[in-house]
Design a protein around this ligand. Structure first.
Ligand code: PLP
Length: 452
Protein backbone atom coordinates (compact mmCIF):
# COMPACT_ATOMS: atom_id res chain seq x y z
CA UNK A 1 0.00 0.00 0.00
CA UNK A 2 1.38 3.38 -0.94
CA UNK A 3 1.14 6.34 1.44
CA UNK A 4 -1.51 7.82 -0.88
CA UNK A 5 -3.59 4.63 -0.77
CA UNK A 6 -3.13 4.55 3.01
CA UNK A 7 -4.49 8.09 3.22
CA UNK A 8 -7.46 7.22 1.02
CA UNK A 9 -8.45 4.06 2.88
CA UNK A 10 -7.69 5.66 6.25
CA UNK A 11 -10.08 8.52 5.50
CA UNK A 12 -12.74 6.06 4.37
CA UNK A 13 -12.42 4.05 7.55
CA UNK A 14 -12.48 7.07 9.82
CA UNK A 15 -15.60 8.22 7.94
CA UNK A 16 -17.10 4.80 8.46
CA UNK A 17 -16.29 4.89 12.20
CA UNK A 18 -17.79 8.38 12.53
CA UNK A 19 -21.01 7.10 10.91
CA UNK A 20 -20.92 4.01 13.13
CA UNK A 21 -20.71 6.14 16.27
CA UNK A 22 -23.51 8.40 15.06
CA UNK A 23 -25.89 5.58 14.13
CA UNK A 24 -24.82 2.95 16.64
CA UNK A 25 -28.33 2.75 18.14
CA UNK A 26 -29.57 1.29 14.83
CA UNK A 27 -27.46 -1.87 15.28
CA UNK A 28 -28.73 -4.88 17.23
CA UNK A 29 -26.69 -4.84 20.43
CA UNK A 30 -26.24 -8.60 20.48
CA UNK A 31 -25.10 -10.23 17.28
CA UNK A 32 -27.75 -12.56 15.83
CA UNK A 33 -24.91 -14.75 14.49
CA UNK A 34 -25.13 -18.49 15.16
CA UNK A 35 -22.14 -20.53 16.38
CA UNK A 36 -19.86 -21.41 13.45
CA UNK A 37 -21.74 -19.18 11.01
CA UNK A 38 -18.82 -16.83 10.35
CA UNK A 39 -16.29 -19.67 10.09
CA UNK A 40 -18.51 -21.36 7.49
CA UNK A 41 -18.89 -18.12 5.56
CA UNK A 42 -15.13 -17.48 5.25
CA UNK A 43 -12.66 -19.37 3.04
CA UNK A 44 -10.95 -22.25 4.86
CA UNK A 45 -7.47 -21.00 3.93
CA UNK A 46 -5.78 -17.62 3.48
CA UNK A 47 -5.46 -16.03 0.02
CA UNK A 48 -2.47 -16.95 -2.08
CA UNK A 49 -2.46 -13.58 -3.83
CA UNK A 50 -2.98 -10.00 -2.56
CA UNK A 51 -6.57 -8.79 -2.41
CA UNK A 52 -7.67 -5.18 -2.92
CA UNK A 53 -8.53 -3.18 0.19
CA UNK A 54 -11.98 -2.45 -1.23
CA UNK A 55 -12.79 -6.16 -1.14
CA UNK A 56 -11.39 -6.59 2.36
CA UNK A 57 -13.36 -3.61 3.67
CA UNK A 58 -16.51 -4.88 1.96
CA UNK A 59 -15.90 -8.24 3.66
CA UNK A 60 -15.60 -6.46 6.99
CA UNK A 61 -18.96 -4.78 6.49
CA UNK A 62 -20.81 -7.75 5.02
CA UNK A 63 -19.33 -10.68 6.93
CA UNK A 64 -17.61 -9.51 10.10
CA UNK A 65 -19.98 -6.76 11.23
CA UNK A 66 -23.08 -8.97 11.53
CA UNK A 67 -21.11 -11.18 13.93
CA UNK A 68 -20.17 -8.23 16.16
CA UNK A 69 -21.83 -7.75 19.52
CA UNK A 70 -21.62 -4.01 19.96
CA UNK A 71 -19.81 -3.29 23.21
CA UNK A 72 -19.77 0.41 22.33
CA UNK A 73 -23.59 0.44 22.05
CA UNK A 74 -25.27 2.75 24.57
CA UNK A 75 -27.78 0.02 25.42
CA UNK A 76 -25.09 -2.59 26.16
CA UNK A 77 -25.84 -3.19 29.84
CA UNK A 78 -24.35 -6.68 30.28
CA UNK A 79 -21.36 -7.62 32.48
CA UNK A 80 -19.83 -4.21 33.20
CA UNK A 81 -20.71 -1.77 30.46
CA UNK A 82 -17.71 -0.14 28.77
CA UNK A 83 -17.00 2.41 26.06
CA UNK A 84 -14.19 3.63 23.85
CA UNK A 85 -14.19 7.41 23.51
CA UNK A 86 -13.29 8.72 20.03
CA UNK A 87 -10.09 10.24 21.41
CA UNK A 88 -8.98 6.82 22.65
CA UNK A 89 -9.80 5.25 19.29
CA UNK A 90 -7.60 7.78 17.50
CA UNK A 91 -4.79 7.15 19.97
CA UNK A 92 -5.04 3.41 19.21
CA UNK A 93 -4.56 4.24 15.54
CA UNK A 94 -1.39 6.19 16.35
CA UNK A 95 -0.19 3.37 18.61
CA UNK A 96 -0.57 0.87 15.78
CA UNK A 97 1.17 3.24 13.39
CA UNK A 98 4.13 3.73 15.71
CA UNK A 99 4.23 0.01 16.51
CA UNK A 100 6.66 0.45 19.40
CA UNK A 101 7.56 -2.15 21.96
CA UNK A 102 8.03 -0.62 25.42
CA UNK A 103 9.86 -3.56 26.95
CA UNK A 104 12.84 -1.42 28.00
CA UNK A 105 13.18 2.31 28.59
CA UNK A 106 15.70 2.30 25.75
CA UNK A 107 13.34 0.45 23.41
CA UNK A 108 10.86 3.34 23.71
CA UNK A 109 11.34 6.10 26.30
CA UNK A 110 7.91 7.58 25.53
CA UNK A 111 6.05 4.32 26.20
CA UNK A 112 7.81 3.81 29.53
CA UNK A 113 7.61 7.38 30.77
CA UNK A 114 4.06 8.10 29.61
CA UNK A 115 2.97 4.99 31.49
CA UNK A 116 4.52 6.48 34.64
CA UNK A 117 2.91 9.87 33.96
CA UNK A 118 -0.62 8.58 33.22
CA UNK A 119 -0.66 6.13 36.13
CA UNK A 120 0.51 8.93 38.41
CA UNK A 121 -2.22 11.27 37.10
CA UNK A 122 -4.82 8.57 37.63
CA UNK A 123 -3.48 7.83 41.12
CA UNK A 124 -4.10 11.48 42.01
CA UNK A 125 -7.62 11.39 40.58
CA UNK A 126 -8.35 8.33 42.71
CA UNK A 127 -6.90 9.92 45.86
CA UNK A 128 -4.31 7.18 46.35
CA UNK A 129 -1.01 7.81 48.16
CA UNK A 130 2.13 8.91 46.37
CA UNK A 131 3.99 5.67 47.01
CA UNK A 132 1.60 3.73 44.75
CA UNK A 133 3.73 2.67 41.77
CA UNK A 134 1.64 2.14 38.64
CA UNK A 135 2.02 0.05 35.53
CA UNK A 136 -0.36 -0.92 32.77
CA UNK A 137 -1.42 -4.45 31.86
CA UNK A 138 -3.87 -5.68 29.26
CA UNK A 139 -6.43 -6.92 31.79
CA UNK A 140 -7.10 -7.16 35.51
CA UNK A 141 -6.72 -10.93 35.15
CA UNK A 142 -3.11 -10.55 34.02
CA UNK A 143 -2.54 -7.91 36.71
CA UNK A 144 -3.78 -10.08 39.57
CA UNK A 145 -1.56 -12.95 38.48
CA UNK A 146 1.37 -10.56 38.90
CA UNK A 147 0.01 -9.43 42.27
CA UNK A 148 -0.17 -12.97 43.61
CA UNK A 149 3.34 -13.71 42.40
CA UNK A 150 4.55 -10.57 44.24
CA UNK A 151 2.59 -11.56 47.35
CA UNK A 152 4.15 -15.04 47.27
CA UNK A 153 7.56 -13.37 47.12
CA UNK A 154 6.60 -11.12 50.04
CA UNK A 155 5.51 -14.10 52.15
CA UNK A 156 8.80 -15.91 51.56
CA UNK A 157 7.33 -19.26 52.69
CA UNK A 158 6.94 -22.68 51.05
CA UNK A 159 4.34 -22.57 48.30
CA UNK A 160 2.44 -25.56 49.70
CA UNK A 161 1.80 -23.75 53.02
CA UNK A 162 0.31 -20.58 51.55
CA UNK A 163 -3.36 -19.69 51.91
CA UNK A 164 -5.16 -16.97 49.94
CA UNK A 165 -8.44 -15.37 51.05
CA UNK A 166 -11.12 -13.84 48.91
CA UNK A 167 -14.92 -13.81 49.05
CA UNK A 168 -17.66 -15.78 47.37
CA UNK A 169 -18.17 -12.71 45.18
CA UNK A 170 -14.53 -12.26 44.14
CA UNK A 171 -13.93 -12.33 40.39
CA UNK A 172 -12.88 -15.74 39.04
CA UNK A 173 -9.64 -14.20 37.73
CA UNK A 174 -8.27 -14.41 41.28
CA UNK A 175 -8.73 -18.19 41.42
CA UNK A 176 -7.20 -18.48 37.96
CA UNK A 177 -4.24 -16.38 39.09
CA UNK A 178 -3.85 -18.57 42.18
CA UNK A 179 -3.78 -21.69 39.99
CA UNK A 180 -1.24 -20.01 37.70
CA UNK A 181 1.22 -19.37 40.52
CA UNK A 182 0.82 -22.98 41.63
CA UNK A 183 -1.75 -22.89 44.44
CA UNK A 184 -4.27 -25.71 44.66
CA UNK A 185 -8.00 -25.04 45.05
CA UNK A 186 -7.65 -25.96 48.75
CA UNK A 187 -5.23 -23.07 49.21
CA UNK A 188 -7.88 -20.54 48.18
CA UNK A 189 -10.44 -19.88 50.92
CA UNK A 190 -13.65 -18.18 49.94
CA UNK A 191 -14.94 -16.16 52.85
CA UNK A 192 -18.68 -15.81 53.32
CA UNK A 193 -20.49 -12.54 52.72
CA UNK A 194 -23.01 -10.51 54.72
CA UNK A 195 -26.62 -9.98 53.54
CA UNK A 196 -25.35 -7.23 51.22
CA UNK A 197 -22.76 -9.54 49.58
CA UNK A 198 -19.75 -7.91 51.27
CA UNK A 199 -16.95 -10.04 52.69
CA UNK A 200 -17.59 -10.66 56.39
CA UNK A 201 -14.41 -9.57 58.25
CA UNK A 202 -15.30 -11.70 61.30
CA UNK A 203 -15.36 -14.80 59.11
CA UNK A 204 -12.08 -13.75 57.53
CA UNK A 205 -10.42 -13.29 60.95
CA UNK A 206 -11.68 -16.71 62.04
CA UNK A 207 -10.43 -18.44 58.87
CA UNK A 208 -6.99 -16.86 59.17
CA UNK A 209 -6.77 -17.93 62.81
CA UNK A 210 -7.79 -21.50 61.97
CA UNK A 211 -5.15 -21.71 59.27
CA UNK A 212 -2.42 -20.39 61.55
CA UNK A 213 -3.35 -22.96 64.20
CA UNK A 214 -3.25 -25.69 61.54
CA UNK A 215 0.31 -24.66 60.60
CA UNK A 216 -0.60 -23.06 57.29
CA UNK A 217 0.70 -19.66 56.16
CA UNK A 218 -1.99 -17.05 55.36
CA UNK A 219 -0.28 -14.81 52.83
CA UNK A 220 -2.77 -12.67 50.91
CA UNK A 221 -6.31 -11.36 51.00
CA UNK A 222 -8.21 -9.93 48.03
CA UNK A 223 -10.93 -7.38 48.78
CA UNK A 224 -13.18 -6.03 46.03
CA UNK A 225 -14.61 -2.59 45.41
CA UNK A 226 -17.50 -3.29 43.06
CA UNK A 227 -17.62 -7.08 42.87
CA UNK A 228 -18.84 -8.61 39.65
CA UNK A 229 -22.14 -10.26 40.64
CA UNK A 230 -23.75 -7.31 42.46
CA UNK A 231 -21.10 -4.55 42.66
CA UNK A 232 -20.82 -4.99 46.42
CA UNK A 233 -18.03 -3.13 48.17
CA UNK A 234 -16.03 -5.14 50.69
CA UNK A 235 -15.22 -3.41 54.03
CA UNK A 236 -11.61 -2.70 53.12
CA UNK A 237 -10.69 -0.84 56.37
CA UNK A 238 -11.69 -3.85 58.52
CA UNK A 239 -10.00 -6.25 56.11
CA UNK A 240 -6.86 -4.08 56.17
CA UNK A 241 -6.77 -4.38 59.99
CA UNK A 242 -6.76 -8.17 59.73
CA UNK A 243 -4.19 -8.09 56.94
CA UNK A 244 -1.93 -5.88 59.01
CA UNK A 245 -2.29 -8.05 62.13
CA UNK A 246 -1.18 -11.16 60.24
CA UNK A 247 1.24 -9.63 57.72
CA UNK A 248 -0.98 -10.53 54.77
CA UNK A 249 -0.57 -8.84 51.40
CA UNK A 250 -3.76 -6.84 50.83
CA UNK A 251 -4.92 -6.56 47.24
CA UNK A 252 -7.91 -4.41 46.29
CA UNK A 253 -9.71 -5.38 43.10
CA UNK A 254 -11.21 -2.08 42.00
CA UNK A 255 -11.30 -3.07 38.33
CA UNK A 256 -14.81 -1.70 37.90
CA UNK A 257 -15.64 0.30 41.03
CA UNK A 258 -12.35 2.14 41.48
CA UNK A 259 -13.19 4.68 38.78
CA UNK A 260 -16.04 5.98 40.95
CA UNK A 261 -13.40 7.54 43.23
CA UNK A 262 -12.79 10.09 40.47
CA UNK A 263 -16.04 11.67 41.67
CA UNK A 264 -14.96 13.58 44.76
CA UNK A 265 -18.17 12.82 46.66
CA UNK A 266 -17.70 9.12 45.90
CA UNK A 267 -14.06 8.85 47.02
CA UNK A 268 -15.31 6.74 49.91
CA UNK A 269 -15.52 3.72 47.58
CA UNK A 270 -11.76 3.40 47.99
CA UNK A 271 -11.74 3.91 51.77
CA UNK A 272 -9.01 1.72 53.21
CA UNK A 273 -7.38 1.14 49.83
CA UNK A 274 -4.55 3.46 50.84
CA UNK A 275 -3.44 0.61 53.14
CA UNK A 276 -3.31 -1.95 50.32
CA UNK A 277 -0.13 -3.45 48.94
CA UNK A 278 -1.73 -3.45 45.51
CA UNK A 279 -4.82 -2.26 43.69
CA UNK A 280 -6.13 -2.72 40.17
CA UNK A 281 -8.44 -0.38 38.30
CA UNK A 282 -9.48 -0.82 34.67
CA UNK A 283 -9.71 2.41 32.65
CA UNK A 284 -11.08 0.17 29.90
CA UNK A 285 -14.20 -0.38 31.95
CA UNK A 286 -15.65 2.89 33.22
CA UNK A 287 -13.06 5.39 32.01
CA UNK A 288 -13.64 5.55 28.27
CA UNK A 289 -10.34 3.95 27.28
CA UNK A 290 -10.53 1.35 24.51
CA UNK A 291 -9.92 -2.24 25.59
CA UNK A 292 -7.25 -3.08 26.74
CA UNK A 293 -6.00 -0.93 29.60
CA UNK A 294 -5.78 -2.12 33.19
CA UNK A 295 -3.70 -0.26 35.76
CA UNK A 296 -1.93 -2.16 38.52
CA UNK A 297 -0.69 -0.15 41.50
CA UNK A 298 1.61 -1.49 44.17
CA UNK A 299 3.50 -0.04 47.10
CA UNK A 300 5.98 -2.90 46.77
CA UNK A 301 7.25 -2.83 43.18
CA UNK A 302 10.45 -4.49 44.34
CA UNK A 303 8.40 -7.64 45.01
CA UNK A 304 7.19 -7.65 41.41
CA UNK A 305 10.77 -7.19 40.32
CA UNK A 306 11.96 -9.99 42.56
CA UNK A 307 9.36 -12.26 40.98
CA UNK A 308 9.83 -11.26 37.34
CA UNK A 309 13.26 -9.77 36.72
CA UNK A 310 15.40 -11.94 34.52
CA UNK A 311 17.61 -9.98 32.16
CA UNK A 312 19.50 -11.88 29.48
CA UNK A 313 22.60 -10.30 28.03
CA UNK A 314 20.92 -9.07 24.86
CA UNK A 315 18.50 -6.96 26.91
CA UNK A 316 21.08 -5.35 29.17
CA UNK A 317 21.17 -1.54 29.04
CA UNK A 318 23.08 1.13 30.94
CA UNK A 319 21.92 1.58 34.53
CA UNK A 320 20.09 4.80 35.22
CA UNK A 321 17.72 5.20 38.16
CA UNK A 322 15.25 7.12 35.98
CA UNK A 323 15.30 4.60 33.12
CA UNK A 324 12.74 2.03 34.18
CA UNK A 325 12.67 -1.28 32.31
CA UNK A 326 9.07 -2.38 32.77
CA UNK A 327 9.72 -5.85 31.40
CA UNK A 328 11.50 -6.52 34.70
CA UNK A 329 8.18 -6.10 36.54
CA UNK A 330 6.04 -8.45 34.51
CA UNK A 331 5.88 -11.71 32.64
CA UNK A 332 5.62 -10.41 29.07
CA UNK A 333 8.72 -9.01 27.48
CA UNK A 334 6.91 -7.08 24.76
CA UNK A 335 4.70 -4.23 25.94
CA UNK A 336 2.08 -2.39 23.93
CA UNK A 337 2.02 1.43 24.16
CA UNK A 338 -1.26 1.47 26.10
CA UNK A 339 -0.50 4.69 27.97
CA UNK A 340 -1.05 6.77 24.84
CA UNK A 341 -4.80 6.13 24.68
CA UNK A 342 -5.15 6.74 28.42
CA UNK A 343 -3.27 10.04 28.02
CA UNK A 344 -5.52 11.10 25.13
CA UNK A 345 -8.67 10.26 27.08
CA UNK A 346 -7.53 11.90 30.32
CA UNK A 347 -6.53 15.09 28.49
CA UNK A 348 -9.51 15.28 26.16
CA UNK A 349 -12.08 14.65 28.88
CA UNK A 350 -10.44 16.01 32.01
CA UNK A 351 -11.32 14.82 35.49
CA UNK A 352 -14.45 16.93 35.73
CA UNK A 353 -16.17 15.50 32.67
CA UNK A 354 -15.32 11.90 33.49
CA UNK A 355 -16.52 12.43 37.06
CA UNK A 356 -19.79 13.95 35.80
CA UNK A 357 -20.39 10.95 33.53
CA UNK A 358 -19.74 8.43 36.31
CA UNK A 359 -21.95 10.38 38.70
CA UNK A 360 -24.78 10.47 36.13
CA UNK A 361 -24.51 6.71 35.68
CA UNK A 362 -24.78 6.17 39.44
CA UNK A 363 -27.84 8.47 39.65
CA UNK A 364 -29.58 6.76 36.72
CA UNK A 365 -28.93 3.37 38.35
CA UNK A 366 -30.74 4.57 41.48
CA UNK A 367 -33.57 5.96 39.39
CA UNK A 368 -33.88 2.66 37.56
CA UNK A 369 -33.94 0.91 40.94
CA UNK A 370 -36.85 3.15 42.00
CA UNK A 371 -38.83 2.21 38.85
CA UNK A 372 -38.16 -1.46 39.59
CA UNK A 373 -39.27 -1.08 43.20
CA UNK A 374 -42.50 0.58 42.09
CA UNK A 375 -43.37 -2.25 39.70
CA UNK A 376 -45.45 -5.06 41.26
CA UNK A 377 -43.82 -7.84 39.18
CA UNK A 378 -40.18 -7.01 39.97
CA UNK A 379 -37.94 -6.62 42.99
CA UNK A 380 -34.44 -5.28 43.64
CA UNK A 381 -32.00 -8.06 44.51
CA UNK A 382 -29.01 -6.11 45.89
CA UNK A 383 -28.20 -2.62 47.14
CA UNK A 384 -27.35 -0.23 44.33
CA UNK A 385 -23.91 1.01 45.33
CA UNK A 386 -22.62 2.22 41.96
CA UNK A 387 -24.04 1.86 38.44
CA UNK A 388 -25.19 -1.76 38.51
CA UNK A 389 -28.78 -2.75 39.25
CA UNK A 390 -29.61 -6.37 40.09
CA UNK A 391 -33.28 -7.28 40.03
CA UNK A 392 -35.50 -10.29 39.70
CA UNK A 393 -38.93 -11.14 38.34
CA UNK A 394 -41.24 -12.15 41.14
CA UNK A 395 -42.56 -15.05 39.06
CA UNK A 396 -39.27 -16.86 39.71
CA UNK A 397 -36.03 -17.98 38.08
CA UNK A 398 -37.52 -19.54 34.95
CA UNK A 399 -39.47 -16.36 34.19
CA UNK A 400 -36.32 -14.29 34.79
CA UNK A 401 -34.30 -16.44 32.39
CA UNK A 402 -36.99 -16.24 29.71
CA UNK A 403 -37.16 -12.49 30.12
CA UNK A 404 -33.38 -12.12 29.81
CA UNK A 405 -33.37 -14.24 26.65
CA UNK A 406 -36.21 -12.18 25.20
CA UNK A 407 -34.49 -8.84 25.94
CA UNK A 408 -31.22 -9.99 24.42
CA UNK A 409 -32.88 -11.59 21.39
CA UNK A 410 -34.73 -8.33 20.71
CA UNK A 411 -31.46 -6.66 19.73
CA UNK A 412 -32.64 -3.57 21.62
CA UNK A 413 -30.45 -4.08 24.68
CA UNK A 414 -28.03 -6.53 26.22
CA UNK A 415 -28.30 -7.52 29.90
CA UNK A 416 -26.55 -10.32 31.76
CA UNK A 417 -27.34 -12.33 34.88
CA UNK A 418 -25.99 -13.49 38.22
CA UNK A 419 -27.13 -15.87 40.91
CA UNK A 420 -27.58 -14.19 44.29
CA UNK A 421 -28.63 -16.18 47.35
CA UNK A 422 -29.22 -19.11 45.00
CA UNK A 423 -31.70 -17.16 42.88
CA UNK A 424 -31.44 -15.90 39.32
CA UNK A 425 -31.17 -12.13 38.90
CA UNK A 426 -30.89 -9.86 35.89
CA UNK A 427 -27.96 -7.43 35.88
CA UNK A 428 -28.37 -3.99 34.31
CA UNK A 429 -24.99 -2.19 34.17
CA UNK A 430 -24.58 1.42 33.09
CA UNK A 431 -21.13 2.59 32.00
CA UNK A 432 -21.09 3.82 28.40
CA UNK A 433 -20.46 7.50 27.67
CA UNK A 434 -23.15 7.55 24.98
CA UNK A 435 -25.84 6.14 27.28
CA UNK A 436 -28.48 8.67 28.24
CA UNK A 437 -31.18 8.64 30.88
CA UNK A 438 -33.64 8.16 28.00
CA UNK A 439 -31.80 4.99 26.97
CA UNK A 440 -32.07 3.62 30.49
CA UNK A 441 -35.80 4.44 30.58
CA UNK A 442 -36.36 2.95 27.12
CA UNK A 443 -34.65 -0.29 28.08
CA UNK A 444 -36.69 -0.51 31.29
CA UNK A 445 -39.90 0.09 29.31
CA UNK A 446 -38.87 -2.64 26.88
CA UNK A 447 -38.18 -5.05 29.77
CA UNK A 448 -41.63 -4.34 31.21
CA UNK A 449 -43.28 -4.79 27.81
CA UNK A 450 -41.48 -8.08 27.15
CA UNK A 451 -42.28 -9.34 30.64
CA UNK A 452 -45.95 -8.63 30.02
N1 PLP B 1 -12.35 -7.89 38.65
C1 PLP B 1 -13.63 -7.51 38.54
C2 PLP B 1 -14.36 -6.97 39.73
C3 PLP B 1 -14.28 -7.62 37.31
O1 PLP B 1 -15.58 -7.27 37.20
C4 PLP B 1 -13.58 -8.12 36.19
C5 PLP B 1 -14.23 -8.23 34.88
O2 PLP B 1 -15.33 -7.80 34.64
C6 PLP B 1 -12.26 -8.51 36.36
C7 PLP B 1 -11.67 -8.38 37.61
C8 PLP B 1 -11.46 -9.06 35.23
O3 PLP B 1 -11.21 -8.04 34.34
P1 PLP B 1 -10.37 -8.26 33.00
O4 PLP B 1 -11.37 -8.58 31.94
O5 PLP B 1 -9.69 -6.94 32.79
O6 PLP B 1 -9.42 -9.37 33.24
Amino acid sequence: MTPEQFRLHGHRMIDWLAEYMTHIREYPVVSPSQPGELIDALPPSAPEHPEPMDNIFAGFQEQILPAITHWNHPRFHAFFSVSAAPEGILAELLTAGLNVNGMLWKSCPAATELEQVTTSWLRQWLGLPEDFFGMIHDTASTGVMHVLAAARQYADAPLADLVLYCSEHTHSSVEKAAATIGLTALQVRKIGVDPFFRMDPALLARAVQEDIVAGRRPFCVVATTGATPAASIDPVPAIADIAQRHALWLHVDAAYGGSAAIVEERRGVLAGAERAHSLIVNPHKWMLTPIDCSVLYTTRPEMLRAAFSLVPEFLRTADDPRALNLMEYSLPLGRRFRALKLWFVMRAWGRERIAAMIDDHCHWARELASWIEEHPDFEIAAPVELSLVCFRHRAGDAAGRRLLDAVNASGFAFLSHAVLDGRFVLRFAIGNYQTTRDDVRAVWDRIVALAA
